[in-house]
Design a protein around this ligand. Structure first.
Ligand code: PRP
Ligand code: URA
Length: 208
């Protein structure tokens, strides 16, 4: 599949298995979300642009690089929040712009409730952070918002995707690469990913 990047890293697969386990408690669940998010962000940022930078080592001078692009992390509330810290540790000067969306339980359509983006874009690359890509409605709506904001380079970084959500994103935003820890089998009649991990927000925040 074009522009879809499922991780093949054994650390990611190991941690994801613990995350799926229904006996994993919220504290451990949050730790795992943070750790997997960092590993996924490492994979997703392999093509960031750099510019040369001279540096003096204790022995001599040499030419290194520094990141050229201004990065925005865009967690989709609530569940995407748990991914921020892990990614931020790798890219501490990133800006974090929250987008609040929830899925209407009946229609499964996203409902926007929080967006404080300023008028002009302040970043050149956005990483949309959300553990679950189910119907794809939330990811598509967030990408719509970011494109309207004027961001040219957007990536989706998630943990588990369903084929339905991947197809929806590819149809609406074929230019946006999708980085996932795993691609699962299908959605059930309630729009939950199977086998999945249940409700990512409830399991992080202990609200299930
Ligand atoms: C979950 C998840 C995604 C969305 C995915 O959020 O974190 O944002 O569902 O589903 P979709 O691909 O069908 O749109 P939810 O609406 O449960 O809100 P929460 O994070 O506040 O629990
Ligand atoms: N949101 C979740 O948290 N889990 C799913 O399986 C689908 C949507």
């Amino acid at each position: 599949m074009a522009n879809i990047f499922p991780s093949s890293h054994p650390l990611v697969a190991h941690k994801l298995t613990r995350l799926r386990d229904k006996n994993t408690n919220p504290k451990k669940f949050r730790e795992l979300v943070r750790e997997i998010a960092a590993l996924m962000a490492y994979e997703a940022t392999a093509d960031l642009q750099t510019v040369p930078r001279e540096v003096e080592t204790p022995l001599t001078s040499c030419t290194g690089v520094e990141l050229q692009e201004k990065i925005g992390l865009v967690p989709i509330l609530r569940a995407g929040l748990g991914m921020v810290e892990g990614v931020w540790e790798l890219m501490p000067s990133s800006e974090v712009w929250h987008i609040g969306l929830y899925r209407d339980e009946r229609t499964l359509k996203p409902v926007e409730y929080y967006n404080k983006l300023p008028i002009e874009p302040t970043v050149s690359v956005c990483l949309i952070l959300d553990p679950m890509l189910a119907t794809g409605g939330s990811a598509v709506a967030t990408a719509d918002v970011l494109k309207r904001w004027g961001v040219k380079k957007i990536k989706f970084v998630g943990l588990i995707g369903a084929p339905e959500g991947i197809a929806a994103m590819q149809k609406a935003h074929p230019d946006i690469p999708i980085h996932l820890a795993a691609i699962d089998d299908h959605l059930n009649e309630h729009g939950y990913i199977v086998p999945g991990l249940g409700d990512a927000g409830d399991r992080q925040f202990g609200t299930g």
